[in-house]
Write a protein that binds this ligand. Sequence first.
Ligand SMILES: Cc1ncc(COP(=O)(O)O)c(C=O)c1O
Length: 457
Amino acid sequence: MTRKNAVDVKKWNAEYQWQPFADPNAVANDKPLIIESGKGSIVYDIDGKEYIDGQGGLWNVNAGHGRKEIIDAITEQLNQLQFYSLFGGTTHSRSIELSKLLVDMTAEEGMKRVFFSTGGSEAVETALKLARQYWKLNGQAQRTKIISLQRAYHGVGYGGLSANGTPAFRRMFEPLMSGFFRVESPYFYRNPFTDDPSELARICAMMLERTIIDQSPDTVAAFIAEPIQGAGGIIVPPAEYWRLVREVCDKYGVLLIADEVVTGFGRTGSLFGSRLWGVKPDMMIFAKGINSGYVPLGATMFNDRIEQAFKDHPDAGFMHGNTYLAHPLACAAAIANLDMVVKEGLAQNAGEVGTYFISRLAELGHRQKHVGEVRGRGLMIGVELVADKPTKTRFADSDYFGHCVARRCRDNGVLIRNVYDTFIISPPLILTKAQVDRMVEVMEEALTYQTGVFAGK
Ligand SMILES: Cc1ncc(COP(=O)(O)O)c(C=O)c1O
């Protein structure tokens, strides 16, 4: 189906609008691809050209594009009630049903309550505010500090940005919030300490402990981290890491917040990233896969420990929230989506197809001189590109190596995201092995081509 005003839309593209996380000058010379429609793991551009959606939208379209069950749930809700507020003594049925469903689904992690928002960044701000209020209600108002990981991504609010571990994302908006500290990330491929993953887990947990001690434990409110770091480059921690982190947090009473915006609801092959590591955080943060991106939604969940601090306390009022939190359409979409996640076994499929994908990419990595490492869990996969494999030397920014490979993949019908020369592969969880084969074929051709261009420079 071609859009009637396609000529105008193409002309107006990037003329009136700025793109997120982008240099407007660069965008002017490299206009964004206009995606027009989608079905399952496939999307089509404005000219009708077909692509495998290796990005899964923005690692959120877990159930796939155009799923009738979700569209029907949204439409039914739209016809019944398009909006009502949760402020000042009202609510609506879909938010109540979804809160029960979420608490049931996270029973293993001990989550007791949910506070909704409209996306990941807001859900992070909610968690940080809850952490600070928790300590105030507990009579330890001086516990305000937040510790996070290098290379962390926790959204774009000032709290989440202050916890962000990528200097380039922070630089232009400093000064950020005070009282935020970062510790070493368990990034095995580039760690300077050890070639034993278990040892790295111990070292990184020890560094967290030393930072807590250095800051004085009675001033530290919480440690926040992604169960697998996503935007920072798909950093899968050693298996022991999260258990050790939980022990350190417990030793000093520090709250543990798991940012599951990407890892939540099946992407890693486990229903939750925390479950993958067998850890019970004090809070879990969700967005993206909660309703596969059909309508914006975020959720911050917390356990009994936090709930109890607010119980019958004179200062228990949580003075936070915004108009569109728990939007009825978003909640209806989430209920339908989570039903599919369970009934269609999307976590299992992500695990199975992801394992196949990683093994195919690992073979490709042996053949390709610029593939430094292939890593990931389920359908959360990273391919780190390097200029020189033995020394792990990075490409210069001016080489645009990863960018050019990703663009060639796009030209050949595969969308993958390149973030600082690491491909982030995060397709819908319904991806098939045949689609994996096609993606690997296209990636291999693009890598071979760009390797030739680079060699001839
Ligand atoms: C781990 C994590 N936390 C928070 C966010 C922010 O979510 P949103 O973009 O919905 O605000 C993201 C977004 O990618 C994320 O990956």
